[in-house]
Design a protein around this ligand. Structure first.
Ligand code: COA
Length: 175
């Protein structure tokens, strides 16, 4: 891809933190009236993209979404609360963490539904990768997430290399 362009800025986590609340409607649900997993992933992608957009102030595309466990069912009429923050920026990519809760609208109780890490890549209007501002962690939690994001990046890279080799070995891609 094209040469990465210079952008020396540093941004705090707080400056791009985002939150979205959705009421779950029948169109979001399966035949049991539970929120569809794919719809939940759509909301996670959107909430993650908003934080990535605020951090980068340019276009972002989703490069990867890590493993997700669906911990609690969410029913029609429930409120879904999603919060996202940028854990760390690298060159043109950044990792966002998204955490999701369901709120019972009658009682106000919150239960954890799912968490996910996503990687977005910053691009300009022609799809050319853009150099990102770095993240400045300010709290112990932000520092822990910042450090862990590097380990997850290394793990993703080694897994991607392993899958690529597997595709070559099975003849699914050209050598
Ligand atoms: C994501 C995409 C831009 C990466 O392009 P690419 O040519 O593979 O780019 P590179 O290999 O040069 O990698 C660019 C960055 O993306 C990261 N990246 C690429 N693929 C990745 C993956 N599968 N998981 C995590 N990070 C990834 C690289 O680590 C690199 O990060 P860095 O710049 O911070 O070091 C390209 O694969 C793409 O356009 N994919 C489709 C995106 C899309 O349509 N998403 C859904 C709709 S928004």
């Amino acid at each position: 891809m094209s040469t990465v362009q210079a952008n020396p800025q540093v941004r705090t986590v707080a400056s791009s933190q985002s939150e979205m609340t959705e009421v779950i409607l029948p169109n979001d649900a399966n035949t049991l009236g539970n929120l569809l997993g794919g719809r939940l992933m759509h909301f996670i992608d959107l909430t993650g993209a908003i934080a990535a957009y605020r951090h980068s102030r340019t276009h972002v595309v989703t490069a990867a979404m890590d493993h997700i466990d669906f911990i609690q069912p969410v029913h029609v009429g429930d409120l879904l609360i999603l919060k996202s923050s940028v854990n760390r920026a690298f060159n043109s990519s950044l990792e966002v963490g998204v955490k999701v809760w369901v709120e019972d609208p009658q009682t106000g109780t919150h239960l954890h539904v799912a968490s996910a890490y996503l990687v977005f890549v910053a691009v300009d209007e022609h799809g050319r990768r853009q150099k990102l501002p770095q993240v400045q962690p300010e709290t112990p939690d932000e520092t822990r997430r910042y450090n862990d994001a590097l380990l997850r990046r290394q793990h993703r890279e080694s897994e991607a290399a392993r899958r690529k080799q597997e595709r070559r070995d099975t003849g699914l891609t050209r050598a």
